[in-house]
Design a protein around this ligand. Structure first.
Ligand code: FYN
Ligand code: ADP
Length: 593
């Protein structure tokens, strides 16, 4: 990241750009402070009091990507931050626009994505006396619990400090969402141009390396050396840290099987012989020592205990020993005991482990490796059989067999993925070959990231983007197809359309004529949404049509929406997380008794 920041415009340029005049206003100080720190794109939505800020930013050479709803702009900024290691900036108007951006801010904080939500706000004097200002709201107080840090700037001469603090808070240590409150009055304030330029701060080393303690590394190595069934779990923290070279060296030198969390897919190619992704439910309960690298023991890993980890009753929980590599010391012991915490940045920690392993390191027992391989091969063969079927109508598998081939042929393309079944099946069917190519619903399982992530993925990488969307998930951000067309982005949206949330076959329990809560309009022509704004719409009822539509989208780089018609009975309620659905969980418990 520091490399990106160091290519920023210099303080001298900042002084000369608005320079012709002897004074500089708040608008230009904000713009120059961002540019000085290598932030060249703003995702946002104009309106009072920041309309001119968007115009001027564009005028001063920044890329301003204007959305139709702030939530989508916020998600775009957050994933730009994840992809670049430089905070993504989302700019909104006051109260309602600010509130619309908060879901993305909170999601960024939860997922450890560096972003800065910058919102204009109303007059402090009126807001604080609750005298009924235009869009009156104490935004700073509301943002605080949802952000890693929150700041307000009242004086033009403090803009440089405010932006420097926001950048440092967003990317240092565990990254997260930062809120920056800029009251309307600030933008019109002026100050001497030379003093203004001198007040700006180019942040030096915003995310410094954090070297682990040698004794922590030693402790981890000793634990690992005695392991009979070791396992590495890779999380998106390792992808964010750009530690793929170190992680690959660790996996290959140690010979330990690894399990990638969803956004860590591709950190090593999913086809790597030590990937245990296809043996997940075997390796988690069987492993004796688990090395977590940039992955938290949250709900996605069943909190490190319970049946997923081999416990039959609560007293059997937590049989495994854990090594955890994380930049956040307070992550340790958050769910179960961490026997060997290694606190530091992942690149430094994994390098230290490699150095400590020396020239020769014993491979895990063949018995373990063979058992993992056997389970994996069985699952892969079963999956191949399912994918070879060609049912009519299409189902998730036959459609995803096409997506898998297209992603394989385009390993640099970005994959955005949200939904329930559309998410879960894509995760296990579509192999990723390169790091940071898959972005999805993350730690919260949030719906609505789709089009915001797709826009930012295209803008930030310049690569084609494939967005695999459940028909429900798409609805949260669907209007942004206009944004995709307006900026002529190479995004191919594929909607797995099965007429409803989970599927389209629900019944109204009252027997009335209203649709059931999970049902949508049947045979909806989503592709026409894209056509409405000048993009390409494709209606696909067969894998061949889906393939042709996607291939043409990637070849032409034109905004495309493929409406892939899926059997409306396909898919399961709540996808693979039925255990979180109270009714289904109760049924499953009753069945297992
Ligand atoms: C995985 N699998 C495979 C492969 N990859 N089989 C064959 N070939 C390949 N390449 C197998 C794997 O071993 C599992 O089978 C199964 O496919 C699913 O794998 P996955 O996806 O890794 O595992 P699972 O159990 O779904 O993971 C749990 C989870 C995940 C919680 C981490 O479900 C998840 O990330 N969920 C997010 C859900 C979410 O956010 N939904 C949005 C809300 S939707 P077995 O080993 O046999 O188990 C609102 O309703
Ligand atoms: P996943 O959902 O893929 O399991 P999580 O978001 O739960 O991943 O975990 C990511 C972890 O990575 C967080 O605990 C975060 O503190 C950590 N992390 C993020 N960046 C770094 C880094 N540069 N070095 C070390 N740890 C990091």
């Amino acid at each position: 990241m520091s490399a990106v920041l160091s290519t920023a415009t210099t303080a001298t340029a900042a002084a000369t750009s608005p320079a012709a005049s002897a004074t500089i206003d708040g608008f230009h100080l904000v713009i120059e402070a961002l540019k000085l720190n290598g932030i060249t794109t703003i995702y946002g939505l104009p309106g009072i009091p920041i309309t001119d800020l968007t115009r001027m930013a564009q005028g001063e050479g920044m890329r301003v990507i204007s959305f139709r709803h702030e939530q989508n702009a916020g998600h775009a900024a957050s994933i730009a931050g994840y992809l670049n290691g430089v905070p993504g900036v989302c700019l909104t108007v006051s109260a309602p626009g600010f509130l619309n951006g908060l879901t993305a801010l909170a999601n960024a904080t939860t997922n450890c994505f560096p972003m800065i939500l910058v919102s204009g706000s109303s007059e402090r004097e009126i807001v604080d006396l609750q005298q009924g200002d235009y869009e009156e709201m104490d935004q700073l107080a509301i943002a605080k619990p949802l952000a890693k840090a929150a700041y307000r700037v009242l004086h033009a001469e403090d803009i440089g400090v405010g932006i420097a603090r926001a950048i440092r808070a967003a990317v240092s240590g565990r990254p997260g969402g930062v809120y920056l409150d800029l009251p309307a009055k600030l933008f019109a304030q002026t100050m001497d141009a030379a003093a203004g330029a001198a007040s700006l701060i180019k942040v030096v080393d915003p995310a410094p390396r954090q070297i682990p303690a040698p004794e922590a590394v030693q402790r981890a190595l000793e634990l690992l050396k005695g392991a009979k069934k070791p396992l590495i779990v890779l999380g998106k923290g390792a992808a964010y840290a750009r530690a793929e070279a170190e992680v690959r060296a660790l996996v290959e030198r140690s010979g330990i099987p690894y399990l990638p969390m969803s956004m860590a897919k591709g950190l090593l190619p999913d086809t790597h012989e030590l990937s245990a992704a296809a043996a997940r439910s075997y390796v988690l309960p069987e492993a004796d020592v688990v090395v977590l690298i940039g992955a938290r023991l949250n709900w996605l890993l069943s909190h490190g205990k319970g049946k997923t980890w081999g416990g039959k009753t609560p007293k059997d929980w937590g049989g495994q020993k854990f090594v955890q590599i994380d930049i956040s010391p307070t992550e340790m012991d958050s769910n179960v005991r961490i026997d060997a915490p290694v606190v530091g940045d992942i690149g430094s920690c994994v390098s230290a482990l490699l150095a400590g392993m020396g020239g020769s390191w014993p491979k895990p027992p063949a018995e373990w490796l063979n058992a993992v391989a056997e389970r994996k091969n069985k699952n892969v063969a079963k999956m191949a059989e399912t994918l070879a079927k060609d049912p009519r109508p299409m189902n998730f598998h036959s459609a995803l067999a096409v997506v898998r081939d297209i992603v394989k042929a385009n390993p640099d393309a970005m994959l955005v993925n949200e939904g329930a079944n559309a998410l879960d099946f894509t995760r296990s069917i579509v192999d990723m070959m390169k790091p940071r190519k898959r972005v999805d619903v993350g730690t919260w399982g949030v719906m609505g990231i789709g089009m915001g992530f797709a826009v930012a993925a295209a803008v930030e990488t310049g690569q084609p983007v494939i967005a695999i969307e459940g028909d429900s998930a798409f609805g949260f951000s669907g209007m942004e197809v206009e944004t995709i067309c307006r900026y002529d982005l190479p995004v191919c949206v594929v909607i797995f359309n099965n007429n409803g949330v989970y599927r389209g076959t629900d019944k109204n329990l009252s027997g009335g004529t209203d649709a059931a809560p999970t049902q949508f309009v049947k045979d909806a022509r989503y592709e026409k949404l894209m056509e409405a704004f000048g993009g390409v719409g494709v209606y696909a009822t067969t894998p061949a049509q889906l393939r042709q539509g996607m291939e043409e989208a990637i070849r032409s780089r034109r905004p495309t929406l493929v409406n892939a018609i899926i059997d409306e009975t396909a898919g399961t309620e709540s996808g693979r997380i039925t255990s979180l659905n109270p009714t289904l969980a109760k049924k499953a418990a009753a069945a297992s008794n």
